[in-house]
Design a binder for this molecule. Structure first.
Ligand SMILES: *[C@@H]1O[C@H](CO)[C@@H](O)[C@H](O)[C@H]1NC(C)=O
Ligand SMILES: *[C@@H]1O[C@H](CO)[C@@H](O)[C@H](O)[C@H]1NC(C)=O
Length: 268
């Protein structure tokens, strides 16, 4: 090895040691589908001081996410009413962060710290780094002509549903949150679902549920199939069953009547 190679080998080793000892190496990965809850794991048992309530902090690079000391708590603006470290878990050393209705903007690195010491000499102990990935929903559906297509909006973050016919390149807006509901008879919203009734061949294509940023919370590919016709023998059985029900006179008597009339006409 010449001198340059020695230097680069040394640099590589140094880099490995640095990366290996930095908190980055113990980043735990968590992932959640958008709109669902997520739990960012954290355990603090070994650091707990038995005589006081644990004081835990969760933060991202952009700011504070959540803080709890006993019953006192603080929620970061972007996480209002969506975030908690349950007190009953924290006293047992479980400092996991519970996040509701996960948004794409929640993705990133979270760090938890335990605050220890008296008010004048407080110290923060780093506990855990968690990388949260937020994934969109994907689905494939097959619907029969004339049936209902049920699209899951998944979350209150849903702002718009757009549709692209299989044959076309442009998207049409099917539904918009808070828009004055145009009387589209085939479209109805129930809970967090959008229901399209009386599906036709032209309803086949791609449906996207978008959030306020225009990001796709969900993508559903829909195919439309023709209803399967009953087999021939079944059809016959259905017809004969119908015949029995509607005909008040048994077929034999009808034939007799027909013959009788014929005979009478011929005699005239
Ligand atoms: C903390 O509590 C949650 C919910 O009960 C559980 O899923 C998780 O495994 C716990 N974590 C630890 C480190 O005990
Ligand atoms: C798409 O195009 C094909 C052929 O051009 C046509 O047969 C079909 O009906 C079209 N489908 C829709 C949904 O418009």
């Amino acid at each position: 090895m010449d001198r340059d190679n020695w230097i680069s080998a040394f640099l590589m080793l140094w880099l490995l040691i640095c990366v290996g000892s930095s908190p980055l190496s113990v980043v735990v990965h968590a992932s959640s589908r958008v709109g669902l809850p997520a739990v960012l794991p954290c355990s603090v048992a070994s650091h707990l001081e038995s005589d006081r309530k644990p004081h835990i902090q969760w933060q991202t690079i952009s700011g504070s996410v959540f803080e709890r000391m006993g019953q006192e708590q603080f929620q970061g603006e972007a996480y209002r009413d969506r975030v908690d470290v349950p007190e009953e878990l924290l006293v047992r050393g479980n400092c996991s962060l519970f996040l509701q209705d996960v948004r794409f903007s929640d993705a990133g690195i979270y760090e938890s710290y335990l605050v220890v010491g008296e008010s004048s000499i407080k110290k923060r102990i780093f506990i855990q780094s968690v990388y949260l990935a937020v994934i969109d929903h994907k689905d494939i559906k097959s619907v029969q002509t004339g049936a209902e297509l049920i699209l899951d909006l998944h979350t209150h973050q849903a702002e718009q549903v757009i549709f692209q016919n299989n044959n076309e390149t442009d998207w049409t807006v099917l539904w918009e949150k808070d828009a004055v509901i145009k009387k589209k008879g085939y479209l109805e919203k129930r809970d967090k679902k959008l229901i399209l009734s009386n599906v036709a061949a032209r309803s086949a294509g791609t449906y996207k549920v978008l959030d306020s940023e225009g990001l796709a919370l969900s993508t559903v590919k829909v195919t439309v199939t023709e209803p399967v016709l009953p087999k021939e023998t079944e059809t016959l059985q259905i017809q004969s069953a119908l015949g029995k029900a509607t005909m008040s006179m048994p077929p034999l008597r009808l034939i007799t009547l027909f013959l009788t009339l014929n005979v009478m006409l011929q005699m005239n």
